[in-house]
Design a binder for this molecule. Structure first.
Ligand code: UDP
Ligand code: MG
Length: 309
């Protein structure tokens, strides 16, 4: 028998814990046919509702249920990492608790693993049920990201992935503090099959991602997988030096030949404002990388466990 570990990050998902379990267990005939043992690892990301109690209730019925409960909310990325650390399976799959990653897709995903793929990823082809503004910015982000980063990051990719032990070990070897999983999966490589499916809306509760949170997350993603913004700062510096040089020459020529006194301080003010603005912008870019490096150097634990079984 081989073991399949299912990692389920949960943050305030009290209604979804048991729904998810039931939905997953509909695959039992498939698990039996393939000779798969299953372990389900719920990660409670510092939920403020009854998520932990719900998981404990399930555990009384089923020994295969496991829980890692965090001391506070550490974010989904930390949850997924904790799940990877705990998973013992020969195959590992991660799914959202809200059933937006349909467990009914598992047999298809597993089929590709048997065909010889190391990792089977999913992407949604529609963004139905999402605010149009959010879809627009999401699409822009993926376009930009793929221009400035060598790591391929697929638009619409969900964090619903089935992987072999080899891939999981590769991901665990990346113990960085700023974890942007979409980038990490792309970075480790391996033979990946993409499966497409229609967007499903969450059954209970609300999304935990506000627009602002997504914006900050996208900056995390850019700084974690590209250094192009740093190069932009240098290029802008060179460009402005060049412009200044041309200005100086024209002014000198104007003065010497045409005896035209330099008039107009408004233009000067504009130039000073613009150039200092660009300088601050570039210092900001450097600051982003510095702050990420700072957090990385501290080597703080990615998550803290309050309870585990
Ligand atoms: N999640 C988490 N910690 C957080 C935020 C979310 O573990 O700080 C979990 C959440 O419980 C869910 C999954 O991550 O299982 C995806 O979250 P959500 O459905 O809010 O995101 P969306 O599907 O809207 O992108
Ligand atoms: Mg969701």
């Amino acid at each position: 028998m081989s073991l399949l570990s299912v990692i389920v990050p949960c943050y305030n998902e009290e209604e979804n814990v048991s729904c998810f379990y039931e939905e997953l267990m509909k695959n039992t005939p498939f698990f039996e046919k393939e000779g798969l043992d299953v372990e389900i690892i719920y990660i409670d990301d510092g939920s403020k509702d009854r998520t932990v109690e719900e998981v404990k209730k399930l555990r009384e019925k089923d020994e295969r249920i496991h829980l890692i409960s965090f001391s506070r909310n550490f974010g989904k990325e930390a949850g997924v990492y904790a799940g990877f650390c705990k998973a013992k399976g020969d195959y590992v799959v991660m799914m959202d608790a809200d059933l937006q990653d349909p467990p009914s897709l598992l047999p298809e995903l597993f089929g590709y693993i048997k065909e010889g793929y190391d990792s089977v990823a999913t992407r949604r082809v529609t963004r139905k049920g999402e605010p149009p503004i959010r879809s627009f910015f999401a699409r822009m982000f993926y376009k930009l990201m793929n221009k400035i980063s060598k790591t391929e990051i697929v638009d619409g990719a969900r964090d619903y992935r089935l992987m072999t032990r080899q891939v999981v070990d590769a991901i665990l070897a990346m113990s960085e503090y700023n974890r942007f999983s979409k980038g990490i999966f792309g970075w480790v490589g391996y033979k990946t099959k993409w499966v497409e499916f229609e967007n499903v809306e969450r059954i209970h509760g609300e999304t935990k991602w506000s627009f602002w949170k997504l914006f900050l997350y996208s900056i995390d993603g850019i700084t974690a997988f590209s250094t192009v913004p740093l190069a932009i700062a240098s290029v802008m510096g060179i460009l402005f030096c060049f412009l200044a040089f041309i200005f100086i020459i024209t002014l000198v020529i104007k003065n010497l030949i045409m005896h035209d006194p330099v008039a107009g301080w408004p233009s000067l003010v504009c130039i000073i404002l613009m150039v200092s603005g660009i300088q601050l912008f570039c210092i900001g870019i450097v600051g982003q990388y510095l702050s990420k490096t700072y957090m990385e150097v501290k080597k703080r634990p990615i998550y803290l466990v309050k309870e585990e079984f």
